[in-house]
Structure formats: C-alpha cells, structure tokens
Design a protein. Structure first.
Length: 117
C-alpha cells in the first residue's frame, strides 16, 4: 500500500505561480516513477509531467517551459512548480506513484488548482 497526499493547490490569477507537493508514505522502498496528472471538468485525466527515480522527466507539450517536476527521494516527496499559469490550467491535479515493473498505480486524492483570467 502507498498513500499519497497532495497539497499546494488554490486560486491564482493568470500569470501567477503555484507549487504543488505530494508526500508519499507506506510501501515506498522501491524504485518508482512518479507523475502529476490533471482532470478538468468534462475532460479526461491527462498526464502533466512524469519523473523517474533517477530524475529523468517528461512534460506535456501544453506545460513545457512553464511547469517543472522534481522529486526528493529522501523525503519521498514529489513537486510541481507551475509558473505563468493560464485559465486552461484549471483542473484537479493528482499525484501518481508506480513501482518499476508494476502495473499498479497509486493515486492521491487530488488538489484543486483554479486560475482566474
């Protein structure tokens, strides 16, 4: 079992910044990939950015140059620095954890990000 708790969401004006955090606990003593997903009302959940244990990242085209994913393995914490936010970034942001070689993905409860124009 892995528990994920996100924090840092909120309401921000367009052009502003937010930093999301995701704290992982439980059975986390394994190599893993972590990621941020988001889901806007009426839309499917989409990948925002992912990062391997070794720090290799991949970002969705829509957030390249604006969002930065990082992780602190010692603290079992995942981060998402979001700059130059746009109204279309409004969504519930979810943290995901997947052990290497596993088909099991653990999800957090989500944190709301709202960007006003």
């Amino acid at each position: 079992q892995v528990q994920l708790v996100e924090s840092g969401g909120g309401l921000v004006q367009a052009g502003g910044s937010l930093r999301l955090s995701c704290s992982a606990s439980g059975n986390t003593d394994c190599i893993s990939t972590m990621a941020w997903y988001r889901q806007a009302p009426g839309k499917e959940r989409e990948l925002v950015a992912g990062i391997t244990e070794g720090g290799t990242t991949n970002n969705a085209d829509s957030v390249k140059g604006r969002f930065t994913i990082s992780r602190d393995n010692a603290k079992n914490t995942l981060y998402l620095q979001m700059n130059s936010l746009k109204p279309e970034d409004t969504a519930v942001y979810y943290c995901a954890y997947r052990p290497l070689g596993s088909t099991q993905t653990w999800w957090g409860q989500g944190t709301q990000v709202t960007v006003s124009s």
